[in-house]
Design a protein. Structure first.
Length: 303
């Protein structure tokens, strides 16, 4: 199995030395018994690569599902392997990557140091069920920024689990371990008018293999609701004063001030309260309209 945490951390190191070029890449790989995933990387933004196959033989059943998508500011990927019976064997994974560089400028500040604040979110889900035999999975996500002549700023999340592996969930901001659930907020130093490299990287890998004794396994490494660039929320000068007149241009044409994360879904109770409130408002409006349309009657009008 690939060491994807090392790959993710290498991304952060390489980004500090190599300017990013605009582009995306999406690829999938693996097999379920005799069914092999066609390895055909895509380089079109927003293109989906997926493979789903179940192979049933006399002694076992093998299933592999992989999904990946890469676009500027958004990476998604998931891998699922399951099997049962003697010699069941399924393995697969995905890789998604975007890279770009942008620059921020403002009147009278070209060449001067400034700061911008940005956020990234990396939600994920993993599970291993009925583990017997050789079972494992890894999920790795990373985002790195490389301001001109500055040390790289980045976040990475790594998950590893399985019978033959130590279970591990680790999130890092640069080299410091942080809570997986903490908002991933970055305050990034940069120079006005000089390029800033940005790279996002996601991989998911699963494997399951049973011997002669058979059994069953299910491994899921799901980053399909995964890495989202949360946008640049503020820009300041070197003294921390807000700069509202800045402009941003990128090689890909992407607006990196944009938040690419989907809006949060209301909790069921919240949604019910909201719809109930709307219903009461609608009823009140109907009552007011009916009252306005009724003739003006005195209490002693013979009714």
């Amino acid at each position: 199995m690939k060491s994807m945490f090392a790959t993710a951390l290498s991304l952060l190191v390489l980004t500090a030395a190599v300017p990013a070029q605009a582009g995306v890449r999406t690829s999938i790989y693996g097999w379920a018994a005799t069914a092999k995933v066609p390895e055909d990387p895509s380089q079109c933004p927003g293109c989906v690569k997926e493979f789903s196959r179940t192979v049933t033989r006399s002694e076992n059943t093998n299933t592999l599902k992989v999904y990946a998508m890469a676009d500027y500011g958004v990476l998604k990927g998931s891998a699922t392997a399951s099997g049962s019976g003697q010699g069941a064997d399924a393995h697969g994974g995905v890789e998604a990557l975007f890279m770009d560089h942008f620059q921020i400028d403002a009147p009278g500040l070209t060449g001067q140091k400034g700061y911008f604040t940005a956020q990234v979110t990396m939600p994920f889900a993993t599970s291993i069920l009925n583990p017997t035999g050789l079972i494992g999975g890894e999920l790795s996500m990373a985002l790195a920024l490389n301001p001109y002549n500055n040390v790289s700023e980045g976040y990475s999340v790594f998950v590893r689990s399985g019978v033959a592996l130590d279970s591990l969930i680790l999130a890092k901001h640069n080299d410091t371990e942080v809570s997986v659930d903490a908002p991933m907020i970055m305050k990034v130093p940069f120079f006005y008018g000089f390029p800033i490299g940005i790279q996002g990287y996601l991989t998911a890998d699963v494997t399951g293999q049973l011997g002669r004794n058979g059994g069953a396994f299910s491994v899921v490494m799901d980053g399909a609701h995964s890495l989202y660039w949360g946008g640049i929320s503020s820009v300041t000068d070197s003294a921390g004063n807000a700069v509202a007149s800045y402009t941003l241009a990128s090689d890909s044409g992407t607006d990196w001030t944009r938040n690419f994360a989907p809006p949060p879904v209301p909790e069921p109770t919240t949604a019910l309260l909201m719809y109930g409130g709307l219903g009461l408002l609608a009823c009140a409006a109907v009552v007011r309209r009916l009252r306005s349309e009724m003739p003006n009657q005195r209490p002693d009008a013979g009714y």
